[in-house]
Design a protein around this ligand. Structure first.
Ligand SMILES: C[S@@+](CC[C@H](N)C(=O)[O-])C[C@H]1O[C@@H](n2cnc3c(N)ncnc32)[C@H](O)[C@@H]1O
Length: 212
């Protein structure tokens, strides 16, 4: 994949990963299940109990499998731009009445009605204009959410850069969530994804109401 990836190139990139790896964390560009699940755990800590979740860039719906494994029994809606991901996820969960998978297109408004809107790994690929994409997506997520949003991104506080990945200053993202979204953000930059790892990413929760 080139350094400056547009949407069609991004779709092709994930199509080829899926063709190569099948239904697996590697098809979602993750090293392994451990690091993928570590991200889900952090995001799901936005609230002690989750009633309904919209997953933006859901891939194969692995967040739902994680949530179910820790007792979630609410509604899960997943959207993704890669038709093969949406088809495979819809097929995998077709017997489950709590799951809806939709093919998303570009920057269309997101489905409304879920308490929390989550996003994992979507901001990592370098694109022609990462900042605009990230801000527009956070706006759409915050508009769609009833209670708040949780997302992750790669931090600029690293000592090594992969040219294909997008690193962003967490303080700028925090300020955007506070000043532009008008929400109540929590910045988590305290975690690693595997034992002994480097803290190369951060997560943000943005609540609609201040927490008491
Ligand atoms: C790194 S993968 C993570 C998948 C999933 N969130 C997970 O953690 O298993 C990023 C996903 O975001 C999707 N994606 C990228 N841009 C998107 C957009 N604008 N709208 C919806 N999905 C998008 C990709 O197709 C891919 O499935």
């Amino acid at each position: 994949m080139s350094n400056e990836t547009g949407q069609s190139e991004l779709i092709e990139h994930y199509q080829s990963l899926l063709a190569k790896h099948g239904d697996s964390p590697q098809a979602l560009q993750y090293r392994d299940a451990e690091t993928q699940i570590a991200r889900f755990k952090i995001l799901s800590e936005i609230a002690p109990e989750l009633n309904s979740v919209l997953d933006v860039g859901c891939g194969l719906g692995h967040l739902y499998l994680y949530l179910k494994s820790v007792g979630f029994s609410g509604q899960y809606v997943g959207v993704d731009i890669v038709p093969e991901f949406a088809e495979m996820a819809a097929k995998n969960f077709k017997e489950d009445p709590n799951v809806t998978i939709k093919l998303a297109s570009g920057l269309d408004p997101l489905p409304t009605g879920c308490d929390f809107v989550m996003l994992s790994g979507v901001f990592n690929n370098r694109m022609p204009d990462n900042k605009s994409f990230m801000e527009a997506t956070l706006h759409r997520m915050f508009t769609a959410a009833e209670k708040g949003i949780a997302f992750n991104a790669m931090t600029s506080y690293v000592d090594y850069h992969d040219d294909n990945l997008y690193y962003v200053d967490p303080m700028e993202v925090f300020a955007f969530c506070k000043n532009e979204l008008g929400g109540h953000p929590v910045l988590r930059h305290d975690y690693v994804l595997s034992e002994g790892g480097f803290p190369f990413e951060f997560a943000v929760y943005v609540y609609k109401e201040p927490q008491y």
